[in-house]
Write a protein that binds this ligand. Structure first.
Ligand SMILES: Nc1ncnc2c1ncn2[C@@H]1O[C@H](COP(=O)(O)OP(=O)(O)OP(=O)(O)O)[C@@H](O)[C@H]1O
Ligand SMILES: [Mg+2]
Length: 396
């Protein structure tokens, strides 16, 4: 059936134009609904004339020629019976769709040209109902559009995340730059303070009452200097030298250094060194610094003692090989809201116990400088694992 709502204006305009071009009196769309003919748009037909026409169309005598026009797909005409006061003498029926005809009333017969005009006006349906194939194509297109939209949404949020990461990185860089500037300015005066305090202490009689004060000055200025050094490390201002080195050797060094601390803290070390690990290119001092930072954090996380596990290995990921080392503790763990922030410079939960919040940001800087990655897994109350991945140069 015709979609009368969509096509209304266009259809009416066609009827009007065709009537004017062919000198016809009136025209009407009629369509089959159930077993009766109904009228669609009409041109130049009064209400009374419309109902008269309907009556005429539904007469049994009209069935043959209307049905013939519909099924034969060809124009049929008939003279009007006299009892119909429709102004015209002849009625034409032009097929206009699967179940639709255009009936046209005219005074005389339509010549060939006029018939052609009506054929053109009626046969080229401006809004043919879509075929089942077209419907499924449309549905498919809709699904594709929806998929595209979803994909677009996903990309937009990925983009937003990337932007947030960039902003975070820029913030870190800005803080690092500022810290480096400050640290640089402080380094020399602090070295002077430490040096001269040491000299003064050497000169001071052992029983001098000033001794305790000066020793405090020395202790605190050394502490300040070490903070400054770490700031400089963080800004990676120190010169680096990369050599092929054995990660196991570095780990063993650090464990040896901290063995005493572990014993007094009631911490049980478990060391698992991978065998025959290839050597990765690294700055030994920096990587040692990384291991020390991670081990120190692990020790601080276990004030009641516990187990500290260090493991080294060679593992594949992203189609290449990596040297990995992990430091696992059975300590307090890191709450999820802190997990995002622990690599930020100056983020610390130990400020009251001398934490500066630089350990992990220095660590992060060193590891990424080596083209590596650092990962953390943690559960509050159960402990944390920090894993560092250092890339190995692939040999063909
Ligand atoms: N193994 C761990 N277990 C629990 N929390 C940790 C662990 N490692 C780091 N953290 C948390 O991350 C914070 C930041 O660590 P980071 O090493 O950067 O600084 P810090 O240890 O507080 O101070 P600094 O290392 O400069 O002395 C810590 O204060 C702590 O809250
Ligand atoms: Mg630390």
């Amino acid at each position: 059936m015709y979609n009368h709502h969509m096509a209304e204006n266009a259809l009416l305009l066609r009827l009007k134009e065709a009537c004017q071009l062919t000198d016809a009196c009136w025209a009407a769309y009629t369509f089959r609904e159930g077993d009766a003919w109904r009228l669609g748009d009409t041109y130049h037909l009064s209400r009374a004339a419309q109902s008269m026409l309907l009556e005429f169309l539904n007469e049994p005598a009209s069935a043959t020629w209307l049905g013939g026009a519909l099924t034969g797909g060809r124009v049929r005409s008939r003279s009007l019976s006299e009892k119909l006061p429709l102004t015209c003498g002849r009625v034409y029926a032009f097929p206009a769709g699967v179940m639709t005809l255009v009936v046209v009333g005219c005074k005389t017969e339509l010549d060939a040209r006029a018939q052609r005009i009506w054929k053109l006006a009626t046969l080229s349906d401006p809004f043919p109902p879509p075929s089942p194939g077209e419907v499924s194509l449309l549905q498919q297109t809709v699904i594709e559009l929806q998929n595209t939209q979803q994909e677009l949404q996903a990309r937009i949020s990925a983009q937003r995340e990337a932007e947030a990461r960039l902003i975070q990185a820029a913030k870190l860089a800005a803080v690092g730059e500022m810290a480096a500037g400050v640290a640089h300015e402080l380094n020399n005066p602090l070295t002077t303070v430490v040096g001269f305090t040491e000299l003064a202490l050497e000169e001071l009689p052992l029983d001098s009452p000033l001794r305790r004060d000066l020793e405090l000055v020395l202790k605190e200025s050394r502490r300040a200097r070490s903070v400054v050094r770490r700031l400089l490390d963080f800004a990676r201002q120190g010169e680096t030298s990369r050599v092929k080195a054995d990660i196991n050797e570095i780990v063993e060094d650090v464990i040896l250094l901290t063995k005493h601390l572990m014993q007094t803290n009631n911490v049980q070390p478990v060391i698992r060194l991978g065998e025959n690990l290839p050597w990765a290119s690294m700055d030994r001092n920096q990587i040692k610094q990384v291991v020390i930072n991670l081990v120190n954090n692990a020790l601080y996380a276990m004030p009641e003692g516990g187990c500290l596990e260090v493991e080294t290995a060679c593992q594949p990921r992203y189609n290449r090989h990596w040297i990995t080392f992990s430091v696992r503790d059975t300590g307090v763990g890191i709450p999820p809201e802190n997990l995002q922030r622990i690599f930020e410079p100056f983020f610390t939960t130990r400020s009251d116990r001398g934490g500066t919040g630089l350990g992990l940001s220095v660590t992060y800087g060193i590891v990424t400088d080596h083209g590596g990655m650092i990962e953390v897994e943690s559960q509050v109350g159960a402990g944390s694992t920090f894993t560092v991945w250092l890339p190995l140069e692939e040999t063909a």
